[in-house]
Write a protein that binds this ligand. Sequence first.
Ligand SMILES: O=C(O)CCC(=O)C(=O)O
Ligand SMILES: [Fe+2]
Length: 271
Amino acid sequence: MAIINKFCLNSENIEVIKALDQDGYVVFENIFSDYEVNQIKQIFYNDFPKECIKRENGSSILPNASHVLENFQDHVVLNKNLLFAMKKVFNNEEFAYTSHSDMHINVSSPWHKDDGGGKYFAGLDNYFDSNICKVFKIGLYLRDCSKFGGLTIKKGSHLKKDIRFGEEQYLPSKAGDIVIFDVRITHKGDSKSKTGIISRLIDKLNFKEKKQNISYERLSCFFTFGLNNIYTQTFAEKNMNRQVIDKSDKFLSMPKRFRSLLIENGISVYF
Ligand SMILES: O=C(O)CCC(=O)C(=O)O
Ligand SMILES: [Fe+2]
């Protein structure tokens, strides 16, 4: 059994940072209480349906969730334990909210990196080698993903452009846990019954995985923080251009209240 980088709010900063530097991911356990997990699920049931984009395969998405839904700001991004974990990740150095955020219902995604194929780090051509490129996505799955339903990554692949590189690892997580991963890491969502050789075969036929329907309720939230430097700023600017395109009719700049709350919590913002 592969060892998974699992941490908690008492873990030493240095251990968390080492795991992220070496492997490109960590799982933080017990960040959200059962009550809070339920509160976030209510956002999916009550707020999300009014704003989401429905896709043909039965999945639905809300890009820019943190700019559209106040409950997402308050109950997800600004959660106290989560911000405490982020301070560990950045070793109390200044970090920024990139504004990228997504809510997904029943989305499955094949192997990819969240670097926009290089576009999100345009002009910074050494970003796979840089040890100050620290842009991390937070994933919340709101269900027991001990066996399936969570994230699968290729260990250490945040340092390699080649998408074939790295040992495949499924990251088991529980409902209140968060998965933190380097946006450069090779990863995929919904790995149900697709491991090893079958997974590799499906990857070759990438389009098939995109079209599959998910047979269980898969609610997930993603949003991104980074060390406050040129890598994070570039990522934020280029990535938000994408979100403007995804939801062109409803693009909103960051709500003033949310901006103030982030700044009050010591988090920098770009927009
Ligand atoms: O669904 C997942 O677990 C991963 C989603 C993802 O990779 C993304 O939104 O970029
Ligand atoms: Fe991704």
